[in-house]
Write a protein that binds this ligand. Structure first.
Ligand code: AHR
Length: 502
């Protein structure tokens, strides 16, 4: 059997575990909002029509922030359509997803959902068909206590206290030709800078996210970040990154190693931001908001939007069914996000419900967990304290996309207060069991508190509403600590969580 030697040491601190790493995303897209979080006829629906069972799973998932209302949707959205008496709200064409938006759910309902789900809202403003004025009015509606037109309108609509939204995305994927109001880097950089400057006049304590590239394969990737930040560096706090991965042409090995791309993406964006910083002779650092990431099978039949005269409300869109390999990839992307905690200050799993999502619903019926639910929930609920880089000496294997990669990838968290250390590890070999030998001498006398592995001999196993528990993580009885060495056997295509402490 192959052996991978790992070293975990509190001296390898990268930075804190950030709650904002565990954000998600709710877009007015397909069945994410309507029949997803919102289903007034459902037996668990609350007074706003929000499904209580979905709220419960959102809490179990450990979601910290939720980005809203898009996505591509936001670039044509008029936020004021979604406030006031529901029966008076207009129905609009949603050009991004060729759907009809009934506006039954808007800002106020979303904020109440956030409160119920114990999540922090992360709002996006429309810099596609709209601009600075609209962003200011939405900000005034959300964050100004009272005494102005939009703040008093919010109060009249039932919210006496401001929502105090801190995170704001300045548009969405403005580099993409598919985006309504798509812009050149120079055009967008100027608009982002001026929108940010104006928004800070209303509320100086905002965290503002400029749009980075919608993927590393965009022809403008790199140059886009350089120009946008050259225009907006002084005004913004973060720059976004988006990445979706899928198994293509049966190349499981490359898919399992997708975190190689995410690591490179983050360091390329950070390096570009630092180059702008050097040129401008500034101290301030720009951080990364990885505010869309997941596995997404764009070419499957679930993905293309409707066409022609059909403009349905909440059609089935992007309802990917995730298998075990997808869950291992989601786990490995979480490892990448955590190990880059010095630069990644926010992230959002795209999306939360039904649309490329960990949580699925039947309209009026059951709610169930996809395979990707488990690694996210474990990482969010168990990582605490500091993130530790793990030194990895592992056998390697060849991949078509990323060259030679280690069989094993891992990151750890260490909580000095509780004394607990958690090692998150993937075995991305497609065939080999691996024995892990983790040097934990620096942690003193520790024992295994719990060890679990998510795996199935058939990596294509996917959950359904009838069976969403067969691939929940199971105890890994091979984990032991002896003489400062944590050992465990991890099967191929697996995600494991090893908790050790006093
Ligand atoms: O998450 C689905 C879509 O992917 C979002 O609307 C868009 O921002 C991205 O291209």
């Amino acid at each position: 059997m192959r052996t991978a030697r790992l070293t975990v040491d509190p001296a390898f601190r990268v930075g804190p575990v950030r709650r904002h790493t565990f954000g998600s995303f709710v877009e007015h897209l397909g069945r994410c909002v309507y029949t997803g979080i919102h289903d007034p006829g459902h037996p668990t629906a609350d007074a706003d029509g929000f499904r209580r069972d979905v709220i419960d799973l959102t809490r179990e998932l450990g979601v910290s922030t939720v980005r809203y209302p898009g996505g591509n949707f936001v670039s044509g959205y008029r936020w004021e359509d979604g406030i006031g008496p529901v029966e008076q709200r207009p129905r609009r064409l949603d050009l991004a997803w060729h759907s009809t938006e009934p506006n039954t759910v808007g800002v106020d309902e979303f904020m109440r959902w956030c409160a119920a789900a114990h999540v922090e809202p992360m709002m996006a403003v429309n810099l596609g068909t709209r601009g600075i004025q609209d962003a200011l009015e939405l900000l005034e509606y959300c964050n100004v206590p009272s005494g102005t037109h939009f703040s008093d309108l919010r109060r009249a609509n039932g919210a006496a206290d401001p929502y105090r939204v801190k995170f704001w995305c300045l548009g969405n994927e403005m580099d993409g030709p598919w985006q309504l109001g798509h812009k050149t880097a120079r055009e967008y950089g100027r608009l982002a800078a001026e929108t940010a400057r104006a928004m800070r006049m209303v509320d100086p304590d905002l965290a503002l996210v400029a749009c980075g590239s919608s993927g590393t394969t965009m022809p403008t990737f790199g140059e886009w970040e350089r120009i946008v930040l050259t225009e907006s560096y002084e005004e913004v706090d973060l720059i976004s990154a988006h990445a979706y991965y899928r198994e293509e042409d049966g190349d499981l090995a490359s898919f399992l190693a997708s975190a190689v791309d995410m690591d490179r993406f983050i360091s390329a964006v950070a390096a570009t931001a630092d180059a702008v910083r050097a040129a401008k002779k500034l101290d301030k650092r720009i951080h990364v908001s990885f505010d869309e990431w997941n596995a997404w099978y764009r070419l499957r039949a679930e993905s293309p939007p409707p066409t022609g005269d059909d403009w349905p409300v909440a059609p089935v869109l992007l309802e990917d069914r995730y298998n075990v390999a997808d869950a291992v990839v989601v786990g490995s992307l979480l490892i990448s996000l955590l190990r880059n905690t010095d630069r990644v200050h926010a992230a959002s799993l795209a999306q939360l419900v039904n649309v490329i999502a960990p949580i699925m619903t039947e309209p009026g019926g059951r709610v169930w967990k996809q395979t990707i639910f488990h690694p996210f929930a474990q990482a969010s609920n168990l990582a605490s304290g500091d993130v530790l880089r793990v030194a990895i000496d592992s056998p390697t294997h060849e991949t078509a996309k990323w060259g030679d990669v280690t069989d094993v990838d891992a990151v750890a968290s260490h909580d000095a207060e509780t004394g607990e250390t958690v090692v998150f590890v993937v075995n991305r070999s497609t065939t080999e069991d691996i024995t892990l030998e983790v040097d934990v001498r620096s942690l003193g006398a520790v024992r295994v508190l719990a060890a679990t592995t998510l795996h199935n001999p058939d990596h294509t196993w996917a959950a359904t509403a009838d069976d969403d528990s067969s691939v929940a993580p199971r105890p890994n009885a091979t984990a032991t600590v002896t003489d400062g060495a944590l050992t465990a056997v991890v099967p191929p295509v697996s995600w494991s969580v090893l908790r050790i402490g006093r």
